[in-house]
Design a protein around this ligand. Structure first.
Ligand code: GAR
Length: 199
């Protein structure tokens, strides 16, 4: 039996696209993307999911308030989800949520953890801070999610060079192309293969 994967998104969804492409290419072979959940109804990631015939759900914090996470959990349970991938999901999950899915939530972060990570470090901001500091190497990290933001066990990392004249936007694109889109699908396959072997 394949492992059922849900991908949680908020924005453009290029990492979601990398996962869809990896499933089609057989790189992800132990799991299947069954559901995409967005906390933003305008996320382009939703269009990518629809084009790939993947079921979508939108859960808005401003409408759901305290019920935001419980609603997501209900949707995950209704769809028998085994593994959750945070692919540019811009909301920190509470301990209640992360404990329920211990070692079953995977996040991609656009730096080499423990640099430029934790609360407040997301999206372009991470690359702005790396350039401001002047580091010469950055990269991406895929890790399990626990109650500490960006603090869970590391699954894979890949380094990316910073070049003279980089802007945050140029660096973000290089980190995605050379690291995130490669290690996220591989990590998802690794975790799915582990759980598939357990069944
Ligand atoms: C990616 O760079 C991802 O690593 C980052 O947001 C971007 C989402 O892009 N995530 C974080 O910063 C989480 N802390 P995408 O929607 O095109 O995949």
């Amino acid at each position: 039996m394949l492992i059922n994967i849900a991908v949680l998104v908020s924005g453009g969804g290029t990492n979601l696209q990398a996962l869809i492409d990896a499933e089609n290419a057989g790189i992800i072979k132990s799991g299947k993307i069954k559901l995409v959940v967005s906390n933003n109804q305008n996320a382009y990631a939703l269009e990518r999911a629809k084009k790939a015939d993947i079921k979508t759900a939108v859960c808005l914090k401003k409408e759901l308030g305290d019920k935001f996470e419980d609603t997501i959990i209900s949707v995950l349970e209704e769809n028998d989800i085994d593994v959750i991938v945070l692919a540019g999901f811009m909301s920190i999950l509470s301990e209640n949520f992360t404990k329920k899915y211990a070692k079953r939530i995977i996040n991609v972060h656009p730096s080499l953890i423990p640099s430029f990570c934790g609360k407040g470090f997301y999206g372009l901001k991470v690359h702005e801070e790396a350039l401001k500091y002047g580091v010469k190497v950055t990269g991406a990290t895929v890790h399990f999610v626990n109650e500490v933001p960006d603090g869970g066990e590391i699954i894979m990392q890949k380094a990316v060079e910073i070049l003279d004249g980089d802007t945050p936007e140029v660096l973000q694109k290089r980190v995605m192309e050379q690291a995130e889109w490669i290690i996220l699908p591989r990590s998802v396959e690794k975790v799915c293969a582990f759980y598939k072997g357990e069944n």
